[in-house]
Design a protein around this ligand. Structure first.
Ligand SMILES: [Zn+2]
Ligand SMILES: [Zn+2]
Length: 237
């Protein structure tokens, strides 16, 4: 005498989708067993009652997943909220886990667990966020440079941030710095931006070794720097 089973084929329970009635039998043959496919690609045979009561929701991958809640990456704090979403990868659709993250600026967004695993992102990535930071007086970058907020300067980045030593040198020259120019801190202290501690360097060099090219280059260098020779050459040298 066959028992009447409720047909669960095609139904979704968490990450599991029921594929077919299993050939396996439960201990007392009282419960129907169903073969399920998990979003992660795994398989699991589950008692109907566990599915319908929500006791089993994955092949086991859910509990194996790393818990990122409370973790801190730079300006990012991972909150205790995650979601699963389909991602298209070529022809396949796979579900991925996303954690809700809050940036120190207050902005929240979902981040793939895969990214968190490799220590990304460091912040929310919005321009406004980094700009806010630079606006704070005395902001020092991670590599030790004092950063200023000057949105319209040609040497500023898109967020309006400019290293102070670049700004100081640019003000002295009365022009933005060129691509091949850098500013050197003589005493090695990266936030000591007194003009007497700064030196303008140029990586400019002529193309090849042809004499005529070198003459053209030398003239350009003179035209560019000679008018301001006092800035670059100290009296005692
Ligand atoms: Zn799974
Ligand atoms: Zn932010």
């Amino acid at each position: 005498m066959g028992v009447h089973y409720k047909d669960l084929i095609g139904q979704r329970f968490g990450r599991l989708v029921v594929v077919k009635k299993s050939n396996k039998k439960s201990e007392q043959d009282r419960y129907a067993l169903w073969d399920c496919k998990c979003d992660c690609g795994g398989k699991k045979t589950v008692k109907a009652i566990y599915l319908t009561r929500g006791k089993v929701k994955s092949c086991g991958c859910f509990h194996k997943e790393e818990d990122f809640s409370g973790r801190r990456i730079d300006k990012i704090t991972v909150l205790n909220i995650k979601k699963r979403e389909f991602v298209r990868k070529g022809e396949h659709r796979r579900k991925r886990t996303y954690w809700l993250c809050r940036c120190d600026c207050g902005f929240e967004k979902f981040v793939p667990a895969q990214d968190l695993k490799i220590g990304r992102p460091k912040n929310c990535g919005r321009k406004e966020c980094s700009a806010k930071e630079y606006k704070a007086p005395g902001f020092i970058s991670k590599d030790g440079y004092r950063i200023r907020y000057v949105p319209n300067h040609s040497n500023s980045n898109p967020s309006g941030a400019i290293p102070e030593h670049i700004l100081v040198m640019s003000n002295i020259l009365g022009r933005p710095l060129l691509k091949d120019e850098t500013v050197h801190h003589k005493n090695g202290v990266r936030d000591d931006n007194r003009i007497e501690n700064l030196e303008l360097w140029t990586k400019s060099h002529p193309y090849g070794q042809r004499v005529e090219d070198k003459i053209v280059w030398a003239k350009e260098i003179l035209a560019l720097y000679e008018p301001q020779i006092k800035i670059f050459c100290k009296e005692d040298s």
